[in-house]
Design a protein around this ligand. Structure first.
Ligand code: GDP
Ligand code: IMO
Ligand code: MG
Length: 423
């Protein structure tokens, strides 16, 4: 069975942990969009790993890990990540990691342009991870980007990149930012790329062979549905299709290859960066931060926290075709006396149960809540559904009902063992 794992909120839902859990039975793990803006925390064999571009299957022996064409690849960032996990004892060998020759490349000036653009936006900034993701995808769509295959021909890349650097320098000059020297930049990128070059290949036949041979393929989504460039809270989104369809366009696997879509969401809601967050709640944020929870894996920024928002989740379940929910961080709510669930928004007196497209409507959205009693019991030692307190089960039942998808997994702690399989 081939599975897409996708985030249903604004990222950081705990996808890394669920991917890692399902990796045990998978043969191939694929990243198909995003870049090193992602930060996936995996606690395996008692050790904590934070992965950005590497698929989570890299922590296992005997699995194929694929970075698909939909990913934007920062050679310097990926090299640093490889060195970090290798220092933790993980081997990143050519029989484990395969990178599509069609991947677009994040170049150093993309990161500077990202920073410059954010600074220029002032208080309208998106709150990006400053990893150059937007500018790299913009070059891809604008047909002036570079792909991994181009870097395999260093002299061609050196020659061609001069033009792009010259254009980027003009923009940077408008912001009084330092200019890039095309030669020095090409050296830096090609040096990092030298370590990656043996991993670059046409991954499509590899994936199709695995499919034909009946192997199990897992697509590891990055970011979340409300950060999707089409379906999210535009413009406060990332620059890729984070929803299930992105797994196909970003890998070369057809929709007919997919049997299951697991939607990962927290038992509450979090968001980093700017943009609408109707159920955001300062009290809940403070509470979770005081517990040392909800600090970003990529930037260390505190995440804003809020109550469960089933308007978002209902929509996310629809557009992803979610067949099962993986609800993580249930234990984060263990001590609360009363829990709120947002069932709809009131937008200027109109009750809506799906997210609006119009940004003014987002600003006006007032959540409509129903309240459920908390369970006030430590759930972190629960290992099966029946062991959960009755009020926790009632919360999960209502959760699934409002989202229109059944619960498949429940997380009660960060460890792999703290994952309850439902049904
Ligand atoms: P991802 O980007 O979706 O992979 O999620 P992140 O790794 O950025 O953030 C999720 C955070 O929640 C990480 O710190 C995980 O270790 C943690 N986590 C995941 N599932 C659970 C859970 O069920 N309970 C607790 N307490 N932490 C969890
Ligand atoms: P994972 O895979 C949470 C957010 C940024 C910002 C917006 C645009 O760990 O869930 P970008 O750098 O992509 O141009 O930033 O998207 N963002 C994430 N938020 N988790 C992520 O990844 C994110 N990747 C990007 O905070 O609001
Ligand atoms: Mg994350």
């Amino acid at each position: 069975m081939n599975t897409i794992i996708t985030g249903l909120q604004w990222g950081d839902e705990g996808k890394g942990k669920i991917v890692d859990y399902l990796t045990e039975d998978a043969d191939v793990i694929v990243r198909s969009q995003g870049g090193n803006n992602a930060g996936h925390t995996v606690i395996a064999h008692g050790k904590k790993y934070v992965l950005h571009l590497l698929p989570s299957g890299i922590l296992w022996d005997g699995k194929l890990n694929i970075i698909g064409n939909g990913v934007v690849l920062d050679p310097v960032g990926l090299l640093a990540e490889i060195e970090k996990v290798e220092a933790q004892g993980v081997k990143v060998t050519t029989d484990k990691l395969f990178i599509s020759d069609r991947c677009h490349i994040v170049l150093p000036f993309h990161k500077e342009l990202d920073v410059a653009r954010e600074a220029a936006l002032g208080d309208r900034k998106i709150g990006t991870t400053k990893r150059g993701i937007g500018p790299a995808y913009a070059d891809k769509i604008n047909r002036c980007g570079f792909r991994a295959a181009d870097l395999l021909r260093p002299s061609y890349f050196r020659e061609q990149v001069k033009h792009r650097v010259s254009d980027a320098n003009q923009v940077l000059a408008q912001f009084d930012l330092p200019q890039f020297d095309a030669e020095a930049m090409a050296d830096e990128v090609l040096n990092a790329f030298a370590r990656l070059a043996p991993h670059i290949t046409n991954v499509i036949p590899l994936l199709h062979k695995a499919w034909k041979d009946g192997k199990t393929i897992l697509f590891e989504g990055a970011q979340g549905s409300l950060l999707d460039v089409d379906f999210g809270t535009y413009p406060f989104v990332t620059s890729s299709n984070t929803t299930a369809g992105g797994s196909c366009t970003g890998s070369g696997m057809p929709p007919t290859a997919i049997q299951r879509v697991i939607g990962v969401c927290k038992a509450y809601t979090t968001r980093v960066g700017s943009g609408p967050f109707p159920t955001g709640d300062e009290g809940l944020s403070q509470y979770l931060h005081d517990l040392g929870r909800e600090f970003g894996a990529t930037t260390g920024r505190p995440r804003g926290c809020g109550w469960l928002d089933t308007v978002l989740l209902r929509f996310a379940c629809m557009i992803n075709g979610v067949t099962g929910l993986a609800i993580t961080n249930l234990d984060g709510l263990d001590e609360y006396e009363t829990l709120k669930i947002c069932t709809a928004y009131d937008v200027d007196g109109q009750i809506v149960d799906l997210p609006p497209a119009d940004r003014e409507a987002w600003d006006k959205a007032v959540p409509i809540y129903e309240e459920l009693p908390g369970w006030q019991v430590d759930t972190t030692a629960c290992r099966n559904y029946d062991e959960l307190p009755a009020n926790a089960k009632a919360y999960l039942t209502r959760f699934a009902e409002l989202c229109g998808a059944p619960v498949a997994f429940v997380g009660v702690g960060p460890d792999r063992a703290q994952t309850i399989v439902v049904g």
